[in-house]
Design a protein around this ligand. Structure first.
Ligand SMILES: [Zn+2]
Length: 139
């Protein structure tokens, strides 16, 4: 009896060692899987470079930042209703080169955006010439 009792701790110790080795192996495999997943993601998607993003003036983290990579985003143009895809490359350009607000997303197709820009420029023009006309009247 006494011998068996004495024999127990080493057995438990061995089990613990084995379990430790098993857990270490599982952790290594998990790490390997995680790295492979990251590599796969990098191969399939454009990664977000957080350092290039414009200032985030709101609380919280946008989904694409938390995710770490861009995903093509289907949407319907709010002006003409046509189905569009805001591509990963376009998103990277908007957020990282144009420093667009990280909480904004594309809502209009390219032709409608161009038309909207022209309309706004014209409205500004009209407004400014209206102001200078008023100025002339006042002088
Ligand atoms: Zn449109």
């Amino acid at each position: 009896m006494k011998d068996r009792k004495h024999a127990r701790p080493p057995v438990l110790g061995q089990r613990r060692l084995k379990r430790g080795a098993r857990e270490a192996k599982a952790a290594r495999e998990q790490e390997r899987d995680r790295r492979k997943e990251l590599r796969d993601v990098a191969n399939r998607h454009i990664l977000v470079n957080v350092a290039n993003l414009g200032p985030n003036r709101s609380y919280g983290t946008p989904e694409f930042v938390a995710r770490g990579y861009y995903m093509d985003m289907p949407f319907n143009c709010k002006a003409c209703g046509i189905a569009q895809v805001w591509t990963e490359a376009q998103q990277k350009w908007w957020y990282e080169s144009a420093k667009g607000d990280v909480w904004t997303v594309a809502v209009m197709c390219r032709p409608c955006r161009r038309r909207e820009r022209a309309r706004r420029a014209e409205a500004r023009e009209t407004h400014l010439s209206g102001l200078s006309a008023k100025g002339k009247v006042a002088n």
